[in-house]
Design a protein around this ligand. Structure first.
Ligand SMILES: Nc1ncnc2c1ncn2[C@@H]1O[C@H](COP(=O)(O)OP(=O)(O)OP(=O)(O)O)[C@@H](O)[C@H]1O
Ligand SMILES: O=P(O)(O)O[C@H]1[C@H](O)[C@H](O)[C@H](OP(=O)(O)O)[C@@H](OP(=O)(O)O)[C@@H]1O
Length: 413
């Protein structure tokens, strides 16, 4: 979705005006206001309960109605093409499980289907009535299912078996949503899908989301873009300590789930002060060197060409003395959420200084080019959020973007 015109900054005055306008509107009025619009924009949404609660708040819906924008829930039990018509589809329904677990999953899903006495044929018939391309994938997966079934039967007890059966159905549904949405998008090119499933795959993984960022060349652009050293651990927790030593990572380390699927679990982060305790962590995960940054971080929101930066409180610096006094792995809360705003805080200017605008603009532009070129598609300009920490001690504006450089989390809202 592209915003036209100059880079727009929604300043505090503007926000106060919107707040006043919204507060003066009752719910019923807003409906008449919407009906008064000659051209409404209908946004179909498919969001997790968590995301619906945090994103689609009543005040936001009211503001949208005053602009002629109406949000309509998508009914998962009915084909998309029987719903709408939509101008935009906004979705974040969680992601299928990582492939690493998938090997056992299809087998168990297969058994779940048989167990439900639909039989594999019945299940395929059911899918075929929804004209989903998913059917072909499932037929193709049958070979993998048979092999995985045998492995699963050999390797897992019945309890694990049942657990994986259940997990499988979620994984199959997760994939199916992406395929149904992609089918719909191809058949309805006039509808803007935010964002196309293929386009956002890379930001569901804390390793792949940074590969594009780490590869950017932003030299001589009002600052540097560095990447905190990190290590991906996909399976065996007992080998983490030796892997960390081999990779030369320096303590303390931040441990983050490898996959970012919108679940609360994907935000469960740990601070590790010693190597031995690392074996208590649960792969798949990313281990990242902790970067001292003065306890303040920056969140950047990009929609089209619009860039908005906010300051947030962050984890405090960890000094060498403190490191020698602590041992173990500690989960920490979501310290930099919206409630941790530092915009009005009285901070040391060196810490509070916002990332240079030209650097942000160049970065956003470069990222967009890389994403679009790597996808060979005209991707409607992405909306995404990114978190930064700044390490001025490296000289000048040094943005540690996500897990790539200064941006710790690069994902779409
Ligand atoms: N490499 C790092 N060095 C120092 N602090 C870090 C690092 N990575 C993460 N943090 C701290 O942890 C917080 C959360 O990190 P991150 O944004 O990666 O996780 P998240 O759960 O996705 O966050 P969000 O709540 O924004 O979605 C950051 O705001 C920062 O305070
Ligand atoms: O500081 P903000 O509010 O931008 O933090 C966001 C975060 O960037 C992600 O968008 C989270 O969404 P998920 O990745 O889907 O969990 C948001 O979580 P939510 O529970 O509020 O939707 C954070 O607020």
């Amino acid at each position: 979705m592209r915003l036209d015109g100059e880079i727009t900054e929604i300043d505090d005055v503007k926000e106060a005006e919107i707040e006043k306008e919204v507060n003066s509107i009752s719910n019923s009025d807003s409906l008449s206001i919407t009906l008064g619009f000659a051209q409404q924009v209908v946004v179909g949404y498919a969001l997790t309960a968590k995301k619906k609660e945090s994103f689609l708040q009543p005040k936001f819906e009211l503001i949208a109605r005053t602009k002629g924008i109406v949000f309509v829930p998508i009914d998962h039990t009915r084909p998309l093409s029987d719903q709408g018509p939509f101008d935009v589809i906004l979705h974040k329904v969680g992601q299928p499980l990582p492939f690493a677990i998938q090997l056992h999953i299809p087998a168990l899903g297969f058994l779940l289907i048989l167990h439900l006495e639909e039989g594999i044929g019945g299940h395929l018939t059911f899918l075929e009535t929804r004209q989903s391309a998913y059917v072909d994938d499932l037929k193709e997966a049958k070979g993998k299912i048979a092999a995985a079934m045998f492995i699963s039967l050999l390797c897992h007890g019945s309890t694990v078996f049942i657990l994986l059966l259940i997990l499988c159905s979620f994984q199959l549904m997760g994939n199916e949503w992406s395929r149904l949405l992609e089918d719909y998008r191809l058949k309805h090119p006039d509808v803007t899908v935010l964002d196309p499933p293929y386009a956002i795959k890379c930001v569901h993984n804390r390793q792949s989301m940074l590969e594009d960022v780490a590869a950017l060349n932003l030299a001589n652009c009002h600052g540097r873009v560095c990447v905190p050293t990190q290590l991906v651990v996909k399976n065996d927790a007992s080998s983490i300590s030796s892997e960390v030593a081999k990779a030369g990572l320096k303590l303390p380390l931040v441990a983050k789930p490898l996959f970012v699927d919108g679940s609360a679990k994907s935000h469960q982060l740990f601070l590790a002060y010693d190597k031995v305790s690392l074996s208590k962590l649960e792969p798949p995960l990313v281990l990242q060197e902790f970067v001292n940054h003065g306890g303040v971080m920056f969140k950047v929101y990009v929609v089209g060409d619009a860039i908005k930066v906010v300051r947030r409180f962050s984890l405090p610096d960890v000094c060498k003395r403190e490191l020698s006094k602590h041992a173990g792995v500690f989960q920490f809360p979501r310290v930099s959420g919206a409630a941790a705003s530092a915009d009005e805080a009285d901070l040391d200017p060196g810490v509070a200084e916002l990332p240079p605008r030209p650097l942000l603009e160049r970065l956003v532009g470069e990222l967009r080019n890389r994403m679009e070129s790597s996808l060979n598609h005209e991707w409607p300009h992405p909306g995404y959020g990114a978190s930064f920490i700044s390490t001025p001690d490296l000289g000048g504006a040094n943005l540690q973007f996500l897990e790539g450089t200064l941006v710790i989390e690069f994902k779409y809202p």
